[in-house]
Design a protein around this ligand. Sequence first.
Ligand SMILES: NC(=O)c1ccc[n+]([C@@H]2O[C@H](COP(=O)([O-])OP(=O)(O)OC[C@H]3O[C@@H](n4cnc5c(N)ncnc54)[C@H](OP(=O)(O)O)[C@@H]3O)[C@@H](O)[C@H]2O)c1
Length: 330
Amino acid sequence: MVVDNKKGRVCVTGGTGFLGSWTIKRLLEDGYYVNTTTRIDPERKRDISFLTNLPGASERLQIFNADLDKPETFAVAIEGCTGVFHMAHPLDFAEKEEEDVKIKRVTTGLQGILQACADSKTVRRVVYTSSISAAAFSTTAGSGLIDENCWTDVDFIRSLKTFGGQYIVTKTLAEKAAIDYAEKLGLDLVSVIPTWTTGPFICPHMPDSVYVSMALIFGDKAHYQHVKDTSLIHVDDVARAHIHLFEYPEAKGRYICSAVEFTIEELCDLISARYPEYQMPNPESWKDIIPVKFSGLSTKKLEETGFKYKNGLAEMFDGAIKCCKEKGLL
Ligand SMILES: NC(=O)c1ccc[n+]([C@@H]2O[C@H](COP(=O)([O-])OP(=O)(O)OC[C@H]3O[C@@H](n4cnc5c(N)ncnc54)[C@H](OP(=O)(O)O)[C@@H]3O)[C@@H](O)[C@H]2O)c1
């Protein structure tokens, strides 16, 4: 691997996650020096060999412990970096904790991270990982496309008491806080707004979003609502979009990042054609399900920066299925 010393050192928070670990892999392949944060593990019981064994990791990856509940812990990982990719976020779809606790965690964590970026005097841009959840449930989009001007209406989401509601609210408030704090600190912050993300994974656990994307294969009817009328993006395209927006000098504001929109029937056809061994459910089983729609998204702003998606649905499902099989998850 040829290392381009001009690429410099960047920090990825949430390095053990689905997207965080894949982004580290991509950054190392691109020649970057990478600092990453993982949650505090005083007894060092956690196996992070999937990170330390990455090509280039022994020379160019440094791992630090940090927790959003202890915002000051991120500073040492950020010191000396030119960029920060802030991806750490508590997912907790089971909603074991109160919404207020999570909002406090992500916003105080963000404050600590952005303050450390400002104090470092070396960070030239923060790339913040938001989510389509922060834009898609907007009451201002009307019947038009969802674009970067749209913000989810958190009161509306709270009133629905729906699956993932706390996540949607937390991501919306966190992105607003990130933009607000960055402005106050005079930091250059760009938000990436990915839709559901799937594909291969190097982390040992089954990522929640990969599991949801494979609801038809796992026969998990509870998630048919999430694949009925929606969009997906390959994890490598999300990682590449983050790096592209870090490197693209004129990047500014928010960027929706979504590769393919599809219906559940189209997804069924694709899986049946490529993987006839998986019995697809009868269309009757989803007939009356109301979809959680992540479609009608405008991706023009990202494409206008010259970014190109490299993967379609076939690559996403080939990657996800291969990894699940290799890890004994399917
Ligand atoms: N996957 C998607 O479809 C999708 C779509 C749009 C946006 N996103 C965003 O992308 C980012 C990564 O998501 P993901 O799918 O990769 O989820 P993930 O696999 O659950 O990764 C989340 C990461 O955040 C870390 N984290 C959680 N709580 C923390 C805390 N209190 N302090 C420090 N770190 C903490 C986790 O550490 P542990 O490993 O210790 O739990 C993990 O490294 C998130 O911001 C998410 O909102 C994801």
